[in-house]
Design a protein around this ligand. Structure first.
Ligand SMILES: *Cc1c(COP(=O)(O)O)cnc(C)c1O
Length: 467
């Protein structure tokens, strides 16, 4: 299995090099040269596997022997042993044609743990093999930071710096990231938005000399491993639901920010999983909704919402999708991205828009509607949705036909977003791991959203030598 850049200017590389490169050195994103095809008989055979066994089967297509079987299995076992549910990602039926896929049973109560527990263990494995230190740099809208820190803390040879938008994450998200007392963890609270943080890290990763000098590694969904690990639960939930419901295809409604999670669904579909519609659920930061309706992708003004992890305007992974939309033509992708950088928007033709709409539906959920959905479901089904999942559920209500079955991805536990839950006049009980956070001291530095200032802090972190 080889990986190539969406912009075509990186020579083919294997799985481990893809993990380490993160952002492609030409500024594009890495994708598999050929998407593995899983035939229907193989899918049938996979349908009774445990989550871990399924992860092994799917990862094997991409890892392609670069990690010996026994070691890959151990990495997977270790990663998912940290989850509180034996099924890792169980599905719950809320209505006749509607399920939620609970992705929040990991250590930080959001779906990011599914990929980042594995990526943390993988980095540690690679560091041990090569003797190289791993320096992680990431930007977060709230959940990735906590999850990445949890995935690597205490692991030898790894240091991590996370940029989060100061004052724009939930209290629990902030506490999860900043209460880790560890010299190899640095939290920078930048005075700006997630998009500012993401822009800074993308600029730093695009500086190949800097990246190599400091062994800088990515944990954001620019890293293909994130996408790969997230395809597994599409397969897993599809198998669970089709055992119960007599259907061949299943729709998925996906709360979307950076287009990472939903791209994983698109990849699963391209691998052969019979997915019907992929429903892009956004909040008021709804450029992806606009794109799917009109073919115009144009970042607008940033808005703070009840679902802060989706408060993103520039969706990094969108470029991966463009690559497939433009028939895997890296020249065409480069042209479109250049135009995007100079003109601030992407416009696709009617024919291409038609193609987009064959795979995707979209709905942007307004704040009031998000809260209303939480209240209604709490009353009617006694199930407490977190505000991101509520966007997914509201989009399911809008975009799913009554005869179709839909799985909505429950991307976080409601306890992480009590600010929004309280507005619905709902009192929730907190898991012990969350309620104990408020007693701990916090470690963070507030900085300007400025590349040079971030670099100064990074150099300090990287020059510190662990004993
Ligand atoms: C990150 C996140 C999302 C958005 O996922 P993307 O892969 O960025 O589209 C949605 N919900 C929650 C709770 C998240 O943490």
């Amino acid at each position: 299995m080889n990986f190539v850049s969406t912009r075509g200017n990186v020579s083919k590389i294997g799985f481990i090099d893809t993990v380490l490169m993160g952002l492609a050195n030409d500024g594009g994103l890495l994708v598999p040269e050929k998407i593995p095809q899983i035939p229907a008989e193989k899918l049938d055979a996979m349908s009774n596997l445990t989550y871990q066994e399924l992860a092994y089967e799917i990862f094997s297509y991409y890892v392609d022997g670069e990690i010996p079987e026994k070691e890959l299995k151990e990495l997977i076992e270790k990663s998912y042993a940290a989850f509180r549910h034996p099924e890792v990602t169980p599905v719950q039926k809320l209505k006749d044609n509607m399920y939620v896929l609970e992705l929040f049973h990991g250590p930080t109560f959001a779906f990011k743990d599914i990929a980042l527990q594995f990526l943390g263990n993988l980095y540690s494995y690679v560091s041990k093999k090569t003797g190289e230190s791993i320096h992680i740099l990431g930007a977060t809208s709230g959940d990735t930071g906590a999850s990445a820190i949890e995935g690597v803390r205490g692991k030898e040879g790894i240091r991590i710096c996370i940029l989060h938008p100061h004052g724009k994450v939930s209290k629990v998200q902030e506490l999860q990231m900043t209460t880790v007392d560890d010299k190899s963890v640095l939290n920078l609270a930048i005075k700006g938005t997630f998009d500012d943080g993401q822009r800074i890290i993308k600029e730093l990763f695009a500086d190949v000399d800097f990246k190599n000098k400091y062994h800088m590694r990515a944990i954001n969904s620019i890293n293909f491993v994130r996408i790969m690990a997230q395809t597994v639960y599409y397969f897993y939930s599809y198998f669970q639901v089709t055992k119960e419901a007599d259907v061949k295809t299943v729709n998925f409604s996906v709360p979307t920010g950076n287009f990472g999670d939903i791209f994983a669904g698109y990849l699963a579909k391209k691998m052969g999983l019979p997915i019907g519609k992929l429903i892009v659920a956004t909040n008021e930061n709804n450029i992806l909704e606009d794109f799917i309706h009109d073919g115009v992708y144009k970042p607008g003004e940033f808005r703070s919402t009840f679902s802060p992890s989706m408060d993103i305007q520039v969706a990094s992974n969108f470029e991966r999708y463009l690559f497939y939309l433009l028939e895997e033509d890296p020249k065409a992708v480069s042209e479109v991205m250049e135009k995007f950088n100079s003109e601030g928007k992407i416009v696709v033709s009617k024919e291409l828009l038609h193609k987009v709409q064959e795979d995707f539906a979209a709905y942007g959920v307004k704040g009031e509607e998000c809260l209303q959905t939480i209240s209604t479901y709490n009353l009617e089904t006694s199930y407490l949705l977190d505000p991101h999942t509520a966007c997914g559920v509201a989009a399911y209500e809008k975009c799913n036909a009554p005869s179709e079955i839909c799985v909505t991805l429950a991307t976080a536990h409601p306890a992480k977003f009590n600010e929004s839950i309280e507005r619905c006049d709902i009192q929730q009980t907190f898991p012990e791991q969350i309620s104990q956070l408020s007693n701990k001291p916090q470690y963070l530095e507030v900085v300007e959203a400025d590349k040079a200032e971030v670099v100064r802090h990074l150099e300090k972190l990287f020059s510190f030598t662990a004993k």
